[in-house]
Design a protein. Structure first.
Length: 212
C-alpha cells in the first residue's frame, strides 16, 4: 500500500462511528462510554500468550506476567459483558485486521469465564461494526474475496460471541487520497453518503434495541 500524506486520510471509520454514537447519546444522554483506541493505544502484543498460559495454570503458580495477562483479558471481556451496546470501528489493513484488533479479540477469548453467566459473551447484545476499506471488494471487482477482515469480524462478533450485529460498511475511502482512483469519485461519494445514512439508521436501531 502506497503512503500518502497523513492529512489526506479521511478518518472514515471514526466519522461513521461518531454518527452512531451521536444517535446513542441523543437517546441516552449522560451515559458512560468506555473507549478503547487499540490502534493508537495498543494492548501489549505479548499479553495474549501470558493470558492463555496463565489461565491454564493454578492461580498460585502463575508468573507475574501471567497474572497481568489474565487480569487484562478479564478486564476486556468484563467491559464487553457489562456494556449495554458495543460499537467497533475497524479499517481494512493489508487485506486483513490489524494486529491491534486481533490482539484485543484474542485476549477477550482468552479471558476466564468465571463470574459471567453461561452463554456467548455478547449474547443478544446490540452491536455495530463499522468496517471501512480504502479500495472496493464487491462482487465482480478485481479484488473480490480479498477483504479478509469483515468476514472474520462477523464470525467473531455474531457467531462466536452471539452479538445482535449490524454492519455499516464504506469502501473507496482512498478516493481523493490516491490519484489513481480519481475515476471513482462519484461512486465513492455515493458510498460515503450511503454509509453515513446507514450509520444514522444503525444508531437509532441501537437505541431502540436497548430501550426495549
Ligand atoms: C498501512 C495501510 C494499509 C492499508 N491496507 C489496505 C488494504 O489492504 N485494503 C484497502 O482497501 N485499504 C487499505 N488501506 C486503506 C485504509 O483501509 C483506509 O485508508 C481506511 O479509510 C482507513 O481507516 P480510517 O479512514 O478510519 O483511518 C490501508 C491503509 C494503510 C495506512
Amino acid at each position: 500500500m502506497r503512503d500518502f500524506p497523513a492529512d489526506r486520510y479521511v478518518r472514515a471509520a471514526r466519522a461513521i462511528a461518531d454518527i452512531v454514537e451521536a444517535e446513542w447519546h441523543q437517546a441516552h444522554p449522560g451515559d458512560t462510554v468506555i473507549r478503547r483506541h487499540v490502534g493508537t493505544d495498543p494492548l501489549p502484543a505479548d499479553a495474549w500468550a501470558d493470558a492463555v498460559s496463565g489461565a491454564r495454570a493454578p492461580e498460585a503458580d502463575r508468573s507475574g506476567p501471567q497474572r497481568v495477562g489474565v487480569a487484562l483479558a478479564a478486564r476486556l471481556a468484563g467491559e464487553l459483558a457489562a456494556a449495554d451496546a458495543v460499537l467497533l470501528a475497524v479499517p481494512l489493513y493489508n487485506f486483513g485486521v490489524s494486529q491491534h484488533i486481533k490482539t484485543w479479540i484474542d485476549l477477550v477469548i482468552a479471558a476466564p469465564s468465571d463470574g459471567r453467566e453461561a452463554g456467548p459473551l455478547l449474547a443478544g447484545k446490540p452491536t455495530v461494526l463499522v468496517a471501512v476499506r480504502g479500495g472496493a471488494y464487491g462482487a465482480g471487482t478485481p479484488r473480490e474475496g480479498w477483504d479478509h477482515s469483515t468476514g472474520y469480524l462477523r464470525r467473531i462478533l455474531a457467531d462466536v460471541w452471539g452479538a445482535e450485529l449490524t454492519v455499516v460498511e464504506r469502501e473507496f475511502t482512498l478516493v481523493g487520497v490516491n490519484p489513481a482512483l480519481d475515476q471513482f469519485t462519484d461512486l465513492a461519494a455515493q458510498m460515503k453518503d450511503a454509509a453515513h445514512a446507514a450509520a444514522r439508521e444503525a444508531g437509532r436501531a441501537l437505541t431502540v434495541a436497548v430501550a426495549a
